[in-house]
Write a protein that binds this ligand. Structure first.
Ligand SMILES: [Zn+2]
Length: 459
């Protein structure tokens, strides 16, 4: 339930927890003379060290046994044979635009592709996630594999795919159209080889991973009272040797400075929302750079700015969108406090500088909240994934990132994000590419992890 707190022309809109944080907790003292970012001595800007990759022999053996099973080896060959079909499906799917909050058409096509892949129990849920179930022998647990179907790109973006040899060029092609293809190929391999599992498998083409989608698809799957998901495997990574086992958290805000507006000459002397925003961003950028210069990696970014009527009007509003991230919750909260104080101080400075008229106000609305998620490198899911990767002669590396897995991991539930295979480059850019280089490997790895988690049933 959003709560508003209004005082001194300042409104914070966000969750109760955040507001408690901003109103109850004393803000850290701000130094009056903040050094410019260039003067700050940068030390230890790297992320907190990741644990070494240690794989328990039990899991190495478990994966090795799976790799001797005839049906699984046959499934590996089936996956290889999908190459051309996978690439055709990838192009078709990518050319259906799927901006955050506009995923419906692509969702319907994904549902159809899941049916074509051999599944029958398919639905699109209340928020727009495509969900397909494949029943296990006992069905005691449910192992979910998910790939987000949304992109960062607005609806009008040209998503036509260009091909140069084995390289496919289009916005969203790797991130994450290819991820969806990994799920489809894996399902077809299970079906073609009649592979049975002890536990249920759930395949999700989820919405709302990117931008202001704020993980809403996955948040819905893990809402209070939702059917239990025992493990979650997100397919949304760029390289086969990288395993995301923890989550980078982020807070995002839309800030709006508001005033009466007026004529640039006739009303000169009134407080100006753009000037207030400028003051606030300068204060924020300087103080935030200091926070980011120490300890675990923490980032901040003002991504969009807008407002105003004309060159000779004092604007009635000035807005911006701000994103801050860290893998460490204390650092993220420190950045958050610095940000809020900067908005207060920027507003106060502009109001103090006016020579006439009313004071202007600011509204700080929280539009994104991705929890920091501390992963467990020793959990069976992480261990099975590492063992599966190693079995393909890869040297796995643990990583933290901001993915759908943030939600379950932050709730203490097993989740990872694995590779979509091939070679991805330029994600979130109009020249994004995905190259079909050994793309079957990631699908085979995903299959092994799935069968280890869902317990392969020998014929
Ligand atoms: Zn993605």
């Amino acid at each position: 339930m959003p709560i508003r707190i209004k005082h001194l022309g300042l409104t914070f809109i966000g969750t109760a927890a955040i507001l408690a944080g901003c109103s109850d907790k004393a803000l850290p003292p701000q130094e009056t003379a903040t050094p410019a970012p260039s003067q700050i001595v940068t030390k230890d800007r790297k992320p907190a060290p990741l644990p070494p990759v240690l794989i328990d022999g039990i899991y190495t053996q478990e994966i090795a046994i799976l790799k001797t099973q005839k049906k699984i080896l046959a499934a590996f060959e089936t996956i290889k044979s999908h190459r051309d079909r996978n690439n055709r499906d990838m192009v078709e799917l990518n050319e259906i635009p799927a901006p955050p909050f506009g995923e419906e058409t692509r969702a319907k096509r994904v549902a159809k592709m899941l049916r074509e892949a051999g599944l029958t129990n398919i639905k699109i849920d209340e928020v727009g996630n495509v969900i397909a179930m494949r029943r296990g022998m006992s069905g005691k647990k449910t192992i979910a594999l998910g790939a987000h179907i949304d992109t960062v790109f607005p609806i009008e973006t040209d998503v036509t795919v260009r091909r140069e040899g084995d390289t496919y060029i289009a916005p969203g092609i790797g991130d994450n159209t290819r991820g969806v293809i990994v799920l489809l190929s894996l399902i077809k391999a299970l079906e073609a080889n009649d592979i049975k599992t002890e536990h249920n498998l759930m395949f999700v083409g989820n919405i709302g991973e990117e931008g202001l989608g704020d993980l809403r698809g996955i948040k819905h799957l893990y809402r209070d009272g939702a059917p239990k998901i025992d493990s979650f495997i997100a397919v949304d990574g760029g390289s086969d040797d990288r395993l995301v086992y923890g989550g980078v958290g982020s807070y995002r805000y839309r800030v709006t400075f508001k005033g009466p507006g007026g004529h640039s000459w006739g009303d000169f002397g009134d407080a100006n929302p753009h000037h207030a925003l400028g003051r606030a961003t300068t204060i924020f950028a300087e103080r935030a750079a200091k926070v980011a210069s120490e300890g675990p990696k923490t980032s901040f970014n003002i991504g969009r700015i807008g407002g105003g009527t004309s060159i000779n009007s004092i604007p009635f509003e000035s807005w911006m969108e701000v994103d801050m991230r860290s893998g460490n919750v204390e650092k993220l909260d420190e950045m958050d406090a610095v940000f809020k104080q900067a908005m207060i101080d920027g507003l106060a400075a502009e109001n103090a500088a006016r020579t006439r008229g009313e004071a202007i106000t600011v509204e700080v609305r929280k539009v994104g909240d991705r929890p920091v998620a501390n992963g467990d490198a020793g959990s069976p899911l992480v261990q099975q994934a590492l063992a599966a990767m190693s079995s393909f002669d890869l040297e796995p590396k643990l990583a933290i990132s901001s993915t759908d897995a943030n939600i379950p991991i932050s709730k203490g539930l097993p989740a990872i994000t694995i590779s979509r295979g091939g070679k991805s480059a330029g994600a979130h850019s109009f020249e994004e590419t995905w190259t079909d280089k050994d793309s079957h490997v990631a699908i085979q790895i995903a299959l092994l992890i799935t069968l280890a988690q869902a317990k392969y049933v020998r014929p």
